[in-house]
Design a protein around this ligand. Structure first.
Ligand SMILES: Nc1ncnc2c1ncn2[C@@H]1O[C@H](COP(=O)(O)OP(=O)(O)OP(=O)(O)O)[C@@H](O)[C@H]1O
Ligand SMILES: [Mg+2]
Length: 382
């Protein structure tokens, strides 16, 4: 790759050189993804633990931009157990959305690509490795087995079609075989009622702009549930809503999860939401998992200085503080990551060993893992 000037800019010639090199890499990956009639054995695999719905295993997802390679997700591993909610937290830009978009194969292509690692998706009778699944097969999985709820409901709704038509289209596409028009409408009304819409017949005929934000988010959830997916990804599902509606939507998600026994991957930067909803918590920082464990592990015994900082920056009702804590500094440039711990420059708990390379994962207990030099004395075999 071309060398950057000390001032940080690239000349046109250097940018051209990078973009040519990028095209070479991405064209090859795209060709592989677009192949037809790929034998299933190429992208089926085995789960490490059959009680998991999804296993991310050393996932690397990069964006090949003209300014250089953005290592958005750089070696992420965590599990989503069946019937459980896993909360993913971290500062803006740490790779939460890119991790979930990798599972849906919805990365902005061709420059966004899964480079290596596995994403094992457990469908009961077989296990797919999404990282290797070709486009053709992915179309049957996306929406059927895994569905996604986005932050802003209007990105998923079409303003010129009525609510009923939009939900029916989803049912028809994924679950419409052998169903008459009346069956599909009945299912649509059932879904609207399931997500707590009282006036389901009325809403059926409305356009998205006639509904409030909370109602729209319910519609999007109804669409995501249309095919009883095994995994629901909710990327900041309540950020655009006020707190009362947020509580209702979270209640709704929790009840629905129990009803259809699916797993939820809940992405948010709101620790309050995580505390309320999640069974397991994954803390991400600069494209890596720095700490993961059960909700109790993380909230009762936060161990990574970054997690401790996140906890300290959360306002607590009844506790008076002069100024809310904020973690100093900012996330390193994802194009130019340091070769030591990514949090070192912002950390106030550093020790001598932190000058070494990026720390490996230490097991604090069966469920609780952390990547930090402060816990190296608990490293196995030491
Ligand atoms: N289409 C893209 N092209 C280039 N870089 C991208 C693209 N999408 C994401 N990135 C980069 O990948 C990194 C991770 O982004 P991501 O959207 O996953 O963050 P996030 O954790 O979801 O943040 P937020 O909380 O703001 O949603 C960021 O540095 C971002 O700039
Ligand atoms: Mg995001």
């Amino acid at each position: 790759m071309a060398k950057k000037h000390p001032e940080g800019y690239l000349t046109a010639k250097e940018a051209r050189k990078i973009s040519k090199a990028n095209r070479k890499i991405t064209n090859e990956l795209e060709k592989k993804r677009k192949r037809k009639n790929v034998p299933e054995s190429e992208y089926t695999t085995q789960m490490k633990n059959p009680e998991n719905a999804v296993e991310f295993d050393d996932l690397h997802t990069y964006f090949f931009t003209d300014a250089g390679t953005v290592k958005s997700v750089d070696g992420v591993s965590f599990d989503v157990p069946i019937g459980k909610t896993v909360g993913v937290v971290g500062e803006s830009g740490c790779g939460k959305s890119v991790t979930s978009l990798s599972l849906m194969q919805l990365l902005q292509r061709p420059h966004g690509q899964i480079l290596s690692g596995e994403i094992r998706l457990n469908l009961g009778d077989k296990v797919y490795d999404i990282a290797k699944t070709p486009q053709e097969a992915m179309q049957k999985i996306r929406g059927n087995e895994v569905s996604m709820i986005f932050q802003e409901p209007m990105t998923s709704l079409n303003p010129v079609f009525r609510i009923g038509e939009q939900i029916e289209e989803v049912i028809e596409l994924h679950d419409g075989e052998g169903k008459t028009k009346e069956d599909i409408k009945a299912r649509c009304i059932e879904l609207l009622e399931q997500v707590g819409i009282a006036n389901s017949e009325g809403v059926y005929k409305m356009f998205p702009h006639e509904l409030s934000g909370g109602m729209r988010q319910r519609i999007v959830i109804a669409m995501a549930l249309a095919c009883n997916p095994k995994v629901i990804i909710a990327d900041e599902p309540t950020t655009a809503l006020d707190v009362t509606i947020q509580a209702q939507i979270l209640d709704l998600l929790r009840n629905l999860k129990d009803e259809i026994n699916s797993s939820i991957m809940l992405i948010t930067h709101d620790l309050g939401v995580i505390a309320e909803m999640a069974d397991y918590v994954v803390v991400m920082y600069a494209g890596r998992v720095v700490e993961k464990g059960t909700a109790e592990d993380i909230f009762e015994h936060p161990s990574h200085p970054y997690t401790i900082g996140l906890m300290a920056s959360k306002p607590v009702v009844g506790k008076e503080v002069d100024e809310l804590y904020s973690i100093p500094g900012k996330v390193p440039n994802p194009i130019n990551m340091p070769n030591y711990c990514y949090f070192k420059d912002r950390c106030d708990k550093c020790i001598e060993a932190c000058n070494g390379e990026y720390p490996c994962e230490i097991s604090l207990s069966e469920t609780h893992k952390v990547s930090c030099y402060r816990y190296y004395d608990q490293k196995e075999g030491k």
